[in-house]
Design a binder for this molecule. Structure first.
Ligand SMILES: [Zn+2]
Length: 1150
């Protein structure tokens, strides 16, 4: 396989790192290997050797870079004792207390140059964020949200006004109807008519942007029609704008999916039409992100258009004539990311709001609304068909609007979109619009005293004329004397009128926002494994049984379903109930199919003798141990009865230690590496569904034959204030049920959490039983005969599975001393106060209420009404400990991994939310800390970059919510508290030290944005987070931009791309499997392998080609955060990745 096509995204905004390797764990069930002492010795020597090498390496780096970090030498001194400790610990044999990542340097080697990026200061262009200070809402006259526009008659005497009218039809790939229903009822007719009607007159133009629809139509038309379409494109009558699979949402989407859907659309266009889009067209996404601007620029586009921006921002831009600007990325010091952007000035993209400031006038030029038609003008003045008698009067009336609109811009070229949702469905509508407008244009153009030149055009025609008008070349940027300003920042949060902020959709239908992320991680994992397997298959040659073509079909379908879901009414949660089910079913089937790709590819790669490869989808050798029963249900783990071998896929480009969970039928299990070494493991109980608080059922699956227990069992403690808990079926586990609330602490090498529980109905109690704390200390004792050296520690444990919930009351965690729980960082012994609580928002009593789009709360969040006290379950084990609190709507779990390394640095938070019993409620998780963050906080954009935010009390509460796609954080002079998320949700910080996330929303009514229904199809939704507290080395925080730390990037990747445990089917023990590792070394810490995507061949049937797109992302990171003791095993390399045969990457491909 050749790495032919490089679609490389070198940004410099944000996060993550990982390499992928396959680790194979064979469960031999023969104890000989473990008992063989020579094994252990080799093991120790091996580790020491690695340690020594690493220290040598580190010291070499230190010599080279001793001016990098002032305290690095101190750390080396620290390193020595810890090495000694390590030896002592190994000699001690079975007294291991934590899972140790071998040879992690105390300080990650970072080149000074790599730090310069985030610490640079430069003069930044005007930030769009500041514009919210201009918020006001006076009546602007005919342009309600604007102002009166006037002009002098002679303004165009020297240079005529050029009017470009751009016909468009906005085709949502699903909203009130499903994608297929819209296609059948409207879209196919629009496209069919387009071919006929554009051919009737060469002056007619049209733009199209959704390739999902276009490709479906293409598959259904004959060659003659295809040729006719190609001719229209050649003649410039039809332009494909943007060319993505959909017009994506820009708030909830992750950049992985944004790139993927753009690539899918552009690849389709290249293959079928041979065109490359030049201009972006986004009239409907609910707020705009600079990430999309960046991706369009990288994909070769020079211009773009946006529409839904806060009305007061539009007004301010209009008054400054900055509605056309170069959009530059926050981090860009020069102009390499600049893209020319046109912002539409008025309320909507329909005809009444595009010809000029007065919708009453403009509506009269929407000839679909002629009397007798199905739609009319709400301003009660109907359009008139253009005749010889009225043409003069009508043309002058329209020209007045064109002139006024042009006064909001800096040039004498004015853009006038002409269309609406699903327009131009019937032939008659084409005639009505095009014939009437042509008469108006003809009149205007034939009267030189009007000084106007009006015509139909495509969106690129407009930009071309605009650029020519100001003396810029066709694609050039802001070089020279461009009259356009440069802006940085984003356009969230959108409001279209009054206090109607569109911050509800940041959370609406969170179940599917989560499912989207699951599909993304499966797609990425499958793409990479497929590309590797396909390369290996080609080397192996024929005949082979690997299903290359079939898998590629599954991949293509999954790409397209993921792409479809990025649509601005899909991932946003703003479609009709049945449309949501249609999307959900597509995501669900794609996940199932991708699992087939993953297991069949993994099977090929781990097989010693490729000749023996067989492909039998009905009875695969490997199976992922997780099953999602339906599109709207949470996945469940399957039982692994007689486990023989476990294949673990690490989809990250980093060597990594993580915990995986496997359901087994017996506590008498242990895990061995492929080399026969014992892996640390913990046996936990699977908690069965319970239907009410007492009794809380507890079931343990029956044991099957196996060895004596070698893995440690977890201990349990149940707490409940004001009631009894009965626990049964726990003969294998130690369970205690103290009769009063007691404090609990969890501890790992990095953190110590002191948690005190109360229900909110009772006063917080002082610790009463110190004995209990001791008994349940996580680090009490565990015995392993061999600490593992595998780079992929694997545990076979049983995690809780609990679906029923108790009533939500109040703060689940209240400190017994300070009123909140304490988090202690072991690095410096510092203590920090952090409290988690769940609160509820209602909806306003005013006429307009919260719905799928809008968040219109009735004030600040309140405690949800308590009814039953929470039940708390404390799990203590050698691999992880956790506290699960069950309320009415929320099951909340805090987990601490007992790992020295990345996974031990953060507290894992899992919430299972069930809001189905409520009405007009939104549940929020609020984290209150003692950080002095004031009104500043930070949220990411599309997982790609971080945007500083300021919470403003002068704005309505809902205006302060922003999309959180991957993380949000707070900081003060010494610390940063980061919440990493595995799904997009709305987030804010309303007070200093507080971070708040909306978990789910259930709303009875429509919010008058066309959807016509409330949000009442809620599901039980599982959300996961990680909470990370980091210390600054030194801090001067005034920069208008911010970057996560390296640890934060990598923790995020761990959270979003978990290990994939794959088990072999029962009777496959005779096969010889071998670990597979395509990389000779991990990637640098700051380089993320976004994707390795096999390109589709040019052939009709669309199978795989020999080319693959390698997409890399270099992440900006904050060097002022301590990298001490993070457990990171990588370094940075100045952005260099070796792609040679001997380099880091994919020697198997080159
Ligand atoms: Zn739309």
């Amino acid at each position: 396989m050749k790495l032919g096509r490089h679609f490389t995204v070198f940004g410099s905004a944000i996060f993550c790192v990982v390499v992928f390797s396959l680790y194979l764990m064979l469960d031999h069930l023969q104890l000989d290997h473990i008992n063989n002492p020579s094994n252990g010795e080799r093991f120790e020597n091996g580790q020491l050797g690695i340690l020594q090498d690493k220290i040598d390496h580190l010291e070499r780096l230190l010599a080279e870079n001793n001016k990098i970090i002032a305290n690095i030498r101190d750390s080396v001194i620290n390193l020595r004792p810890s090495v000694k400790d390590g030896r002592g610990f190994l000699e001690a044999g079975n007294e291991s207390q934590v899972l140790v990542v071998p040879s992690a340097p105390l300080i990650v080697p970072i080149d000074l140059e790599d730090c310069q990026f985030s610490s640079q200061t430069y003069s930044k262009p005007e930030a769009t964020e500041l514009l919210h200070y201009f918020f006001d809402n006076p009546d602007g006259g005919v342009w309600k949200q604007g102002f009166d526009i006037s002009y002098e008659e002679n303004e165009w005497d020297d240079e005529p006004l050029q009017v470009i009218v751009v016909p468009h039809s906005h085709n949502d790939p699903g909203w009130l109807k499903t994608f297929d229903d819209y296609y059948r009822d409207q879209t196919q007719h629009i496209l069919n008519n387009m071919v006929v009607k554009l051919h009737e007159d060469k002056r007619r133009k049209m733009i199209w942007s959704e390739i999902s629809y276009f490709s479906k139509w293409w598959d259904n038309i004959d060659h003659q029609k295809k040729d006719a379409v190609k001719k229209l494109i050649e003649r410039g009558q039809l332009e494909i704008a943007t060319g993505g699979w959909v017009m994506p949402d820009e708030a909830n989407t992750h950049y992985f999916a944004l790139i993927d859907q753009l690539l899918e659309g552009h690849q389709w266009l290249e293959r079928n039409l041979g065109v490359k889009p030049r201009t972006g067209w986004a009239v409907d996404p609910f707020g705009h992100s600079p990430t999309q601007a960046y991706l369009l620029k990288q994909a070769g586009l020079s211009n773009m258009l946006i529409q839904r921006v806060h009305y007061s921002v539009k007004k301010h831009f209009a008054s400054q004539k900055t509605l056309e600007f170069f959009w530059r990325q926050n981090w860009d010091q020069q102009s390499s990311t600049d893209i020319l952007c046109h912002m539409m000035p008025f309320y909507s993209y329909d005809v009444p709001h595009t010809c000029g400031p007065d919708p009453k006038i403009c509506c009269q030029f929407d000839f679909k609304r002629l009397p007798g038609g199905r739609i009319s003008c709400p301003w009660r003045v109907p359009p008139q068909a253009i005749t010889d008698d009225n043409v003069q009067q009508r043309a002058l009336m329209l020209l007045d609007q064109y002139r006024k609109k042009s006064k909001l811009y800096r040039t004498k070229v004015v853009l006038v979109p002409l269309g609406d949702d699903f327009r131009y469905t019937e032939a008659q509508e084409w005639d009505q619009q095009f014939n009437n407008y042509q008469k108006l244009f003809d009149y205007m153009n034939s009267h030189p005293e009007l000084h106007v030149q009006a015509q139909f055009g495509t969106i690129s025609d407009y930009f071309e004329i605009l650029r020519k008008n100001v003396g810029m070349d066709k694609v050039g940027m802001s070089v020279g004397l461009s009259p356009f300003p440069v802006l940085s920042g984003d356009f969230f949060t959108y409001a279209d009128r009054d206090d109607h902020y569109w911050s509800g959709y940041f959370t609406s239908r969170p179940f599917y926002k989560q499912l989207d992320r699951t599909l993304e991680s499966h797609l990425r994992a499958a793409e990479i494994l497929y590309s590797l397997a396909f390369a290996s298959v080609q080397k192996f040659g024929k005949p082979n049984n690997y299903p290359a073509a079939e898998n590629y079909k599954l991949l293509t379908a999954a790409r397209r379903n993921l792409g479809l879901f990025q649509h601005h009414d899909a991932i946003t949660g703003t479609g009709k109930d049945w449309v949501v089910v249609d999307y959900g079913t597509r995501l669900f089937h794609s996940i199932l199919n991708l699992k087939r790709v993953i297991v069949s590819s993994a099977h090929w790669l781990v097989l010693d003798d490729k000749q023996t490869y067989t492909y039998d989808p009905a009875n695969p050798l490997l199976q992922i141990d997780e099953v999602q029963p339906a599109q709207d249900a949470l996945p469940r783990k399957t039982m692994v009865a007689f486990l023989r071998a476990l294949v673990v896929y690490n989809p990250s480009e980093q060597t990594r230690t993580s915990v995986i969970s496997i359901y087994v039928t017996t506590p008498h299990v242990h895990v061995l590496t492929a080399h026969g070494q014992l892996v640390n493991a913990q046996i936990s109980a699977v908690w069965e569904d319970v239907t009410s608080v007492p009794p809380l059922g507890l079931a343990v699956y029956q044991l099957c034959k196996g060895a004596e227990p070698q893995s440690e069992l977890a201990h349990y403690m149940f707490l409940k204030a004001g009631g009894d808990v009965s626990v049964t079926g726990t003969e294998h586990f130690r369970v205690s049920v103290p009769q009063e609330a007691v404090p609990v602490s969890m501890e790992n090498p990095h953190l110590q959490l002191s948690i005190s529980y109360t229900t909110g109905l009772l006063e917080v109690k002082q610790p009463t039983n110190s004995q209990l704390i001791k008994n349940h200390c996580v680090c009490c004792k565990h015995a392993y005969s061999h600490p593992s050296l595998s780079l992929s520690h694997t545990t076979r444990d049983i995690i809780k599975e609990e679906t029923d919930l108790l009533l939500l009351s109040a703060a689940p965690f209240r400190g017994h001393h300070s009123g909140s729980s304490t988090l202690k960082l072991k690095e410096d012994g510092s203590k920090h106060s952090i409290k988690v609580e769940f609160l509820c928002y209602g909806t306003t009593s005013k006429k307009d209420k919260s719905g799928a789009y809008l968040f219109l709360p009735d004030g600040e969040a309140m405690k949800c009404s308590p009814s039953q006290p929470a039940v708390i379950r404390v799990t203590k084990g050698p691999v992880f400990s956790e506290v699960t609190t069950t309320f009415t709507h929320v099951t909340h779990t805090l987990r601490l991994y007992n790992i020295h390394g990345v996974n031990g640095q953060a507290v894992e938070i899992s919430n299972s939310i069930d809001i189905r019993g409520e009405f007009n409620r939104e549940i929020a998780m609020r984290i209150t800390s003692d950080l002095n963050s004031k009104d500043r906080f930070f949220t990411d954009l599309n997982g790609f970059q971080v945007q500083p935010r300021r919470s403003m009390t002068k704005l309505p509460l809902q205006a302060n919510f922003y999309p959180m796609t991957s993380m949000a954080y707070l900081e003060d002079s010494g610390r940063r508290l980061t919440l990493l998320t595995a799904q997009s949700l709305g987030a804010t910080s309303l007070r200093s030290g507080q971070l708040e996330v909306i978990m789910d929303r259930r709303l009875n009514q429509d919010d008058n944005r066309g959807l016509g229904q409330g949000v009442l199809d809620n599901k039980i939704t599982a959300n996961s987070f990680r909470l990370l507290l980091e210390l600054f080395n030194s801090r001067e925080n005034t920069a208008p931009f911010s970057y996560p730390s390296l640890l934060s990037h990598i923790s995020y990747m761990y959270l979003n791309h978990p290990f994939m445990p794959i088990v072999t089917s029962l009777d496959s023990t005779v096969l010889a499997l071998a670990p597979y590792s395509p990389l000779s070394s991990p990637f640098p810490c700051d380089i993320h392998l976004v994707n390795l995507r096999t390109i589709q061949s040019q052939k009709e049937e669309g199978g795989p080609s020999e080319q693959a797109a390698l997409i890399l992302h270099r992440k900006g990171f904050d060097c002022s955060i301590s990298t001490k003791n993070t457990g990171l095993l990588c370094r940075t390399t100045g952005g260099k990745v070796m792609l040679t045969k001997n380099g880091q990457f994919l020697s198997s491909l080159l």
